[in-house]
Design a protein around this ligand. Structure first.
Ligand code: PEP
Length: 256
């Protein structure tokens, strides 16, 4: 089964790199497929979209790393709305990444607004959750993760009240202590959290197609073991997605 691979470039890259990497990915059929999603920095999404639109046989999808908490249009200097992202040809939006939860202090209210805006624009949220090192070592990680999942209940309420159809949602488990550290949880730990997410979703969002991802120090070397885990639908890749050849190896593994 072909699995999902999301590249999260974060605040990295330049025009040259975008052009070069896209050329490389487009030539590589295992990367250039429906299940590969590129979350490039916002200023380059337009360029990437134009390049993909003017090339034949493109299957790659684009994601934004964020969307504004405000919707539509208005006097919000510096913000980019889900409406605008949709118009740019973006299909997915990352919401709830720990870097934004922490460095930008994004709390529940902000996340709920962003999630509902993305859903209203008919894009697919990639909702990230993850415990910190302390919660993992104290054994309270399931509580932390469940409370992060509970944020989605407000989204459910909103879409039901407003008759919005959310067809699909990606949920990424990204333990904070694993992001950028080279340390990954045991496969048993990954599977345990994956089951927790799937059970929660089955209970509260039974009509939405849920795909679960693991993220945190995924590399060309460990991707196969992670992607082989039963019931894990894909990976979210940070650092390794910036090295085109490593990213291609991960996509290769995911397309078998
Ligand atoms: C991330 O921050 O989304 C991530 C997965 O980072 P890395 O792969 O570099 O750990």
């Amino acid at each position: 089964v072909s699995k999902i691979v999301v590249a999260n470039w974060k605040m990295n890259g330049d025009i040259n790199k975008i052009v070069q990497d896209l050329d490389y990915f487009l030539k590589h059929p295992q990367v250039n497929r429906e299940n590969t999603i590129l979350a490039l920095p916002l200023p380059f999404l337009g360029l990437a979209n134009t390049k993909l639109n003017t090339t034949q046989d493109v299957h790659l999808k684009l994601a934004s790393q964020d969307a504004s908490r405000f919707n539509g249009f208005g006097a919000y200097t510096g913000e980019t709305s889900a409406t605008m992202l949709k118009e740019m040809g973006i299909s997915y939006v990352i919401i709830g990444h720990s870097e934004r939860r922490n460095a930008l202090a994004e709390g529940d209210d902000v996340l709920i607004s962003k999630l509902t805006n993305v859903a209203m624009s008919e894009m697919i949220p990639i909702y990230c959750i993850g415990e910190d090192k302390e919660a993992r070592s104290l054994g309270s990680y399931k509580k932390v993760l469940t409370s992060q999942l509970e944020t989605l209940l407000k989204l459910v309420e909103f879409i039901e009240d407003n008759n919005i159809r959310l067809r699909r949602l990606l949920v990424a488990y990204e333990p904070i202590w694993s992001i950028g550290t080279g340390v990954i949880p045991t496969l048993e730990n990954i599977i345990e959290v994956n089951l927790l997410i799937k059970a929660f979703m089955q209970k509260y969002l039974p009509r939405v197609k849920i795909d679960t991802l693991y993220g945190g120090s995924v590399s060309a070397a460990n991707a196969k073991d992670i992607l082989d885990c039963a019931d894990i639908d894909g990976v979210l890749v940070g650092g390794a997605s910036l090295i085109a050849s490593d990213f291609a190896v991960i996509c290769d593994v995911a397309s078998i």
